[in-house]
Design a protein around this ligand. Structure first.
Ligand code: UDP
Length: 405
């Protein structure tokens, strides 16, 4: 009898957001013992296939994919038939497996209901801050229900996310925190850097990395840039999800024009060479105006050994030890950001020391092995002795090394 996969990951997105980047790393490491179900097609599927992961797409359909974080009761009500169909499809797709591992909130609802029908335990990995700033009241109620009644365990991507989940009244049976992990070596070699054009005249260059959406606050970086004499900015990322995101992306160009800094603001769109681009920058800026659940780009900037200036809220406070490993500024405060950028520009030696300390801290605190070990503990705790595996064998420990062998 063939061994069923230990873990079936379910993710609602076909796009490569931060949650999907984390899942890509986890599924690559566990590819011999997992499969991935996506509830929407997109570039994420190709990345999983390239990583050697068994992936299948179940399209939920427009009615359901249109329910976003800001959705109200009408959109939610209209999505019910598509969601019911989705649950049925996922029930069929969940061939025997040890644990269902939902990596996004919509996946936790759809896969959670399907897992109940299949009598398979479900882990919900929380990559969001379920607060009023990010979700409507109705969506917060749905999250509370999924975390309390559908999930057998919740893995939060930061303590901030775990606290926010409790603050909306969710009472998960078990909850643990597992930070995103990174392959530190991939963020520090310079082979690809030469392929990234330098900014004109060797000017001080600030990099802003992340999808274009209002709460990521790229406008704050442009306003801060306008307060420097000659710095340039690379805005890296694209509008991935909504019409509002696309309108915001267009408004950033208008803002740069209005402030007279358009020649110094370079919009590079979505890129895959983030490490090389970061290594080209003199500082990495994170400027989300709402608290970040975790903030992968903050860790990535540290791993690339760049001075990082980040918005002081949410999971970012667990990453940066200001001023030792990076700098924090109040969210949305372009004046404070500009002041710190000028300091970094004027004191390159101190900035370099801080970047070095940041890299050492991030390398030891945010490894892929630590992330996988945290996830593995949760998965194994949910399996009955011997696992729910027809072959009766004990489930293997899903470490990074064993999965790669
Ligand atoms: N990213 C990327 N290409 C881009 C912009 C961003 O690959 O053009 C990556 C970035 O390196 C990071 C992730 O997208 O790994 C964003 O994660 P983060 O936690 O910062 O934000 P999220 O999108 O999850 O809110």
């Amino acid at each position: 009898m063939t061994t069923p996969p230990l873990v079936t990951f379910v993710d609602q997105s076909g796009q490569l957001g931060g949650a999907e980047m984390m899942l890509l790393d986890a599924a690559r490491a566990w590819r011999d013992r997992c499969r991935v179900l996506l509830l929407e097609d997109g570039p994420f599927r190709a990345s999983l296939i390239d990583a050697g992961v068994d992936v299948r797409v179940i399209e939920l359909g427009r009615g359901a994919t249109e329910v976003r974080k800001a959705a109200g009761p009408t959109a939610a009500f209209r999505s019910v038939p598509a969601l019911v169909r989705g649950v049925r499809q996922v029930v069929e797709a969940l061939e025997p497996c040890g644990v269902v591992y939902a990596n996004t909130l919509k996946a936790a609802v759809v896969a959670g209901l399907a897992a109940r029908r299949r009598r398979v335990p479900m882990v919900m990995h929380l990559h969001d801050l379920p607060t009023a700033g990010h979700f409507t009241a109705m969506n917060r109620r749905v999250i509370r229900f999924a975390a309390t009644h559908l999930a057998d365990a919740v893995v939060a991507n930061s303590h901030a996310a775990a606290v926010a989940l409790r603050s909306i009244g969710a009472r998960p049976r078990r909850m643990t925190v597992a930070y995103n992990g990174f392959d530190a070596t991939a963020w520090h070699h310079d082979e690809d850097v030469a392929r990234v054009p330098a900014v004109p005249g060797g000017r001080f260059c600030v990099g802003v990395f992340g999808r274009l959406t209002p709460w990521k606050g790229q406008d704050v970086a442009i306003r801060a840039l306008a307060q420097t004499d000659d710095a340039h900015a690379l805005i890296v990322g694209d509008a991935l999800f909504t019409e509002e995101d696309r309108a915001y992306a267009a408004s950033l160009r208008t803002l740069a024009d209005e402030l007279g800094v358009a020649p110094r603001v370079h919009f590079l769109g979505h890129r895959h060479d983030i490490a090389a681009l970061m290594r080209r920058c003199d500082a990495v800026v994170h400027c989300s105006t709402a608290p970040e659940p975790f903030g992968r780009v903050v860790v990535e900037g540290q791993l690339a050994e760049r001075p990082v200036v980040a918005a002081a809220a949410g999971g970012v406070l667990e990453i940066i030890d200001d001023p030792r490993t990076g700098r924090l500024v109040p969210p949305g405060d372009a004046d404070a950001l500009a002041a710190v950028l000028r300091e970094l520009q004027d004191h390159p030696d101190e900035a370099h020391l801080m970047a070095h300390a940041g890299r050492i801290a991030a390398t030891s605190r945010f490894s892929i092995d630590a992330m996988l070990a945290g996830m593995d503990r949760v998965v194994r705790d949910l399996l009955p002795p011997g696992g729910s595996r027809p072959s009766g064998e004990r489930p293997p420990t899903l470490t990074h090394a064993s999965a790669r062998d």
